[in-house]
Ligand binder design. Structure first.
Ligand code: G6P
Length: 367
């Protein structure tokens, strides 16, 4: 069937607005809302026995994989290596006997990741792919595949497929945690409950569109933009910067908030907006103090947070965009949405070809 734009100006805008439905459909696939349990199909490996996991992907899918690494290590206490496929395939890393890998891809056709897949299988690793296209090469050649239920994604820059990848990886992390007896039934219930609330929160975030447009007007004037986050929000800071570069052509960098003092702080002045992803939780105070250091050097802090009254951020942030209270586990899924929306609005203001940015392809099938 031919996919249209409906009443939207761009496919990307339409796809951004599909977040609540796509997240709902994907989560329903892998968790039971009645029992609050994760329900995974038969996997090609036993998470209790694997000594280590490799995650390989490209672009935004790699950043989803990076969040997956944080979740799986934290909830399942299983060591994970996450790599971009173009590095992984030539790095020649030692792979453990009985090891396994997770490949993440929207298209399931990306050449570097297909090469990683073949290499992994030759090295005796069991490969599970998280893909959006069921009939793709990756789905076919893997030992098992979990589908993201995002539907066709036309905009070159990934949006809904990215958050759907996060949703699947979150379910996997919980499932592994339970299998490895690192999570109690109570923990599992609390985490799945948080995931079940994600589609509703996603809809609430899309209603902040006007606020994000106002922020976009500021960002569109900048030459450089810095995105900061910590923990599982660090990959989302990278995603925010990647998305902005891809479609608005503004130079942006994503950084781990605590690492800013080792370099990017030298760039900070009134001209550089600092987009901070700062959910309440164990790392909130740490990120807030990094931001205060940036503000003290004239940095213009634009913060996304769910902290009550923005907490200490209210003292120095130029702009605060209030996020729903979702808990820190689900935060990466939710904070991905406003950074994608921000990039979208900046690109529209810049008049770029949002759905077909220059030099980029939806699926990179050559090395
Ligand atoms: C291209 C797209 C990105 C995507 C990446 C990986 O660069 O523009 O949006 O994240 O490829 O694609 P895949 O299909 O493997 O997820």
């Amino acid at each position: 069937a031919v996919v249209g734009k409906g009443n939207y100006r761009h496919f990307m805008e339409k796809e951004l607005h599909e977040h609540p439905a796509v997240l709902g459909d994907t989560l329903r696939q892998y968790l039971d809302p009645k029992t609050l349990e994760v329900r995974l199909p038969r996997l090609p490996f036993d998470p209790v026995r694997v000594p280590r996991l490799t995650i390989s992907a490209c672009g935004s899918a790699f950043l989803a994989g990076m969040v997956g690494r944080y979740w799986i290590e934290q909830l399942a206490r299983l060591p994970v290596d996450a790599d971009v496929a173009s590095e992984f395939r030539y790095r020649d890393p030692p792979l453990p006997e009985g090891g396994a890998a997770i490949l993440v891809s929207q298209s399931g056709e990306t050449a570097d990741n297909m090469a990683a897949l073949r290499l992994l299988r030759e090295a005796g690793q069991k490969v599970l792919s998280v893909v959006n296209v069921p009939e793709s090469s990756m789905a076919r050649e893997s030992d098992g595949a979990l589908l993201t239920v995002a539907g066709p994604e036309i905009g070159v820059a990934s949006t809904k497929a990215f958050t759907a990848q996060l949703a699947v990886l979150a379910c996997l992390a919980i499932g592994f945690g339970r299998a490895r007896r690192e999570l109690s039934t109570l923990d599992e219930g609390r985490l799945t409950q948080a995931l079940l609330e994600v589609p509703g929160h996603a809809a609430a975030i899309l209603e902040r569109d006007e606020q994000i447009k106002t922020l976009a007007a500021e960002v569109a004037k900048a030459r450089d933009v810095l995105f900061l986050g910590r923990g599982s929000l660090y990959p989302i800071a990278l995603e925010g910067a990647l998305k902005l570069k891809e479609i608005s052509y503004i130079h942006a960098e994503g950084y781990a908030a605590g690492e800013m003092k080792h370099g990017p702080i030298a760039l900070i002045d009134r001209e550089v907006p600092v987009i901070a992803l700062c959910p309440s939780g164990p790392l909130f105070e740490k990120t807030a103090s990094n931001l205060q250091e940036a503000a003290a050097r004239g940095g213009r802090i634009m913060a996304f947070t769910d902290a009550e009254g923005a907490g200490p951020l209210s003292r120095f942030a130029e702009r605060v965009i209030e996020m729903p209270h979702a808990g820190d586990f689900a935060a990466p899924i939710l904070y991905a949405i406003p950074v994608q929306l921000l990039a979208y609005h900046v690109a529209v203001l810049k008049g770029t070809d949002v759905d077909q940015p220059r030099n980029l392809a939806k699926s990179v099938t050559v090395e």
